[in-house]
Design a protein. Sequence first.
Length: 335
Amino acid sequence: MFSLLLCGMARAGVSDVDGPPFVGRLALGTVELVGITYYQKTNSARVWNRARWWRADGSAAQIGPFRPRGTHELDVFADIKTLTFLVRVTLPSDTSQDSLADKQASSGTVPSNRHGPFGQPSYARADKVPPPADASWPAWEFSNPPHWRNPTPMRWEGFRVADVRANTLPDFRMVSAHFDAYTETADFRVSVSTSAYEWKTVATRKPDAAGTSTFVWDERKVPVTLFKARKLVSATSRASAGSTQVTLTIPHDEMYGKFETRLVAIDDGGKEHASLIGYYGDRGTAVFRGVPLSSIKEFQLQVRPCDWVEFRNVSLQPGYGTAVTVVSSVDCKEK
């Protein structure tokens, strides 16, 4: 559940959506809850073109058509309702540089991830298009008690979004979740890490060493285990020659929605090579393409914090009017 916070209303940003937008601030950029619709167990344009969208306050939203990119299947049950949320993450134009995620996703070097936090490249599984430049993949959480059939309580992976012509919309994400049939409202939190914050080194390890250490985050001790680095061997890719792979573990619950991670390799010449970490649960993998194991003298695990935007009292059915409050970590102080 969310921590108790003393918050003010988040300041609204600019939106292309007709009507009053529901927008919250990040330290760098904004997050907007664009609309909600009933889940469709397909990414067919014909089906999604008929989708009925509503805003966070239950009013009709004349938007779209939008549809998910890549696989987008959840089990559907008669006694629950499954909804899809459409979110837009907008960053200032001065951050539109080639990001680490862009380079890794385009080369296909990022491990697939189904349950890891933002910053862990779920996008590599879909159409290999990165999140907004130098921003992480969003993390999603719902405050209401999750339905027992939810695979990962309150936490969900997101999907890329396309328009009616199948063009990927780089700022948009979709996430779908189950709710009990009688549930009328929910609080919805989106967490994102951007270059507004610097990376901080929390653990170091020699390539031929393995071990566990801890670092403190938000007054909690977080354990991290780094295993010995090894040469990357792939039977299907010549590009893996002269590459290095490192496996690590870090508690998923400790980092999800709180901070983003990356691993940096320092070579003999002092040059830094950064890699995002693909997670499956607590276990993560970092790949350094074209960086031979013999050239690496040290690995550094680095983290940086996330901002979050929370949409409270969101309507879970069209026409059910609610008074929505938008708050963000930028505008809040812990009690």
